[in-house]
Design a protein around this ligand. Structure first.
Ligand code: DC
Length: 213
């Protein structure tokens, strides 16, 4: 039997990670955070003091390094030549500021999309990101686009204590040539600005029911 994927896309700080994680817990599914994978490549570029805008150098690094990716205790863990950066390192201000430069490189996306698709061999899953419904699993009927107003998203990030220029990052992620952030034609769009997590989860689950999950 082929396994099924629930795709959850949306801009930064829209609430999609929380929704994806809670949904996976409630339905007993594997949860994959694809953003952690782009963050791990960025972390390694910065650790080596390379310029994230220097694409030829990033491509060399991509070939030199052994990139691994596993799901452990519900977390998506990338390893870089066997070293696993901690989530706190992946969420640093420096990584926030550079990750969109790395995510726009087509070869980086090809490498990571291949790894993302391999996870479907493990079982039914929830995957969150920017291009899961449009590029990674375009044929899944279970697609959600989670969004929120710019003010609400900036406030959520600030409450977490992160100095993350969410609107600038979203602009870069939406305007890039390859796999930009956009709503899949057949995605269910949910604006979380004035909803609680519970309300969002209820909407997602009722839609999944309707779609025959
Ligand atoms: O979900 P996140 O904020 O942790 O993602 C970090 C960055 O990774 C995001 O700004 C763009 C990139 N990304 C992407 O290009 N495609 C994905 N499927 C997931 C993340």
């Amino acid at each position: 039997m082929a396994y099924r994927a629930i795709a959850i896309d949306g801009p930064a700080a829209s609430g999609k990670s929380t929704v994806a994680r809670r949904l996976a817990e409630q339905l007993g599914l594997t949860m994959v955070n694809s953003g952690a994978m782009y963050r791990a490549v960025t972390w390694e570029v910065l650790r080596r003091e390379m310029d994230p805008g220097d694409t030829p150098e990033v491509l060399k690094l991509l070939r030199q390094v052994r990139w691994g990716c596993v799901i452990r205790d519900g977390a998506t863990i990338m390893s870089v030549d066997g070293v696993e950066p901690a989530m706190s390192e992946l969420k640093s201000d420096a990584v926030n500021a550079s990750v969109s430069l790395i995510a726009r490189i087509p070869e980086v996306r090809t490498l990571l999309v291949e790894k993302q698709r391999e996870f479907l061999e493990l079982g039914d899953l929830v995957m969150e990101g920017r291009d899961i419904g449009t590029v990674v699993f375009p044929s899944t009927p279970f697609k959600f686009y989670i969004t929120a107003s710019e003010e609400v998203r900036a406030a959520r990030r600030a409450a977490e204590g992160a100095a993350d220029a969410v609107s600038e990052r979203d602009k870069q992620d939406s305007e890039r040539k390859v796999a930009p952030l956009k709503v899949a034609d057949d995605a269910v769009v949910i604006d979380t600005s004035e909803l609680s997590i519970e309300q969002v989860l209820e909407q997602v689950k009722s839609k999944l029911n309707e779609l025959g999950w």
